[in-house]
Write a protein that binds this ligand. Structure first.
Ligand code: ADP
Ligand code: MG
Length: 244
């Protein structure tokens, strides 16, 4: 298999505080990877460094066969690196279709020159809303949405960039059992369409059913990187996270 994402020896400090300490992770094309660890262990910081919203001090990030270290966030998005935010960040004054029109225009259109007509854009917005089951609400606003709908919109916004890699940062926090199943099924569907997915999640049932491999961060260090069964039986992981 070929690595789609390769993070090598990455470190990030905030002032004197070491948030990430020499992290190396590689993700294969088509893989479903779980990323877990206690609150504050550096998961979102790692995502921010991979996506270019934060600048790491040491280490490198390769994506799809090229180094992306010198690229800013939207340039990385155009290469196919997308993430959903832990706290959804829709454009509050735009309706749902327009929330998707923005990433379509600024990534897909900018990258490929496709979607030339307004009709193309409308169709693409509708397809994306349908994919997450929000097509009936295309003209509604983010404030009209329930929590699970908001998280689906956030995933659709990430998907609008037509990514090769989707990083879902705690997309299920606060959801009910059936809502979690709903989001999981959506992520599996996307993966089956060929999208590589990194799932950051505290809900172990969801992580275990989704992941082919799990990476564990504790205090900015990677303490495990293995098959799910091996990870949940790893005494260091149990001691530092799962047993808490
Ligand atoms: P996680 O996503 O695993 O809960 P984070 O990556 O958000 O953890 O945070 C890791 C650590 O870095 C935490 O101690 C957090 O307080 C700190 N941190 C994150 N972002 C910043 C920032 N912008 N400035 C200072 N400290 C930060
Ligand atoms: Mg986080």
């Amino acid at each position: 298999m070929t690595a789609l994402l390769q993070v090598q020896d990455l470190s990030k400090r905030f002032g004197g505080f070491v948030a990430l300490d020499g992290i190396s992770v590689s993700v294969e094309k088509g893989e479903r990877l779980g990323l877990i660890g206690p609150n504050g262990s550096g998961k979102s910081t790692l995502v921010n460094c991979i996506c270019g919203t934060l600048q790491n001090e040491t280490g490198s990030v390769h994506f799809d066969g090229r180094p992306v270290d010198g690229l800013i966030a939207h340039e990385r998005t155009r290469l196919g690196l997308a993430r959903s935010f832990q706290l959804p960040r829709p454009f509050p004054s735009l309706n749902l279709a327009d929330n998707l029109r923005i990433p379509l225009l600024y990534t897909v259109q900018a990258r490929s020159g496709l979607l030339r007509s307004a009709g193309d854009l409308d169709n693409r917005c509708r397809d994306l809303l349908k994919m997450v089951g929000l097509d009936a609400k295309a003209t509604r606003f983010p404030r009209d949405l329930t929590q699970v709908e908001m998280r689906k919109l956030e995933l659709a916004r990430a998907m609008a960039a037509e990514p090769k890699l989707l990083i879902a940062d705690e997309a299920m926090a606060g959801l009910s059992h059936s809502e979690i199943e709903d989001i999981l099924a959506l992520l599996v569907r996307l993966n089956e369409q060929g999208i590589t997915v990194i799932l950051i999640e505290h809900i172990m049932r969801a992580v275990m059913s989704f992941s082919q491999r799990i990476v564990v961060l504790v205090s900015g260090r990677k303490i495990a990187d293995d098959k799910p069964d091996a990870v949940v039986n790893n005494p260091e992981v149990v001691g530092a996270y799962l047993g808490q």
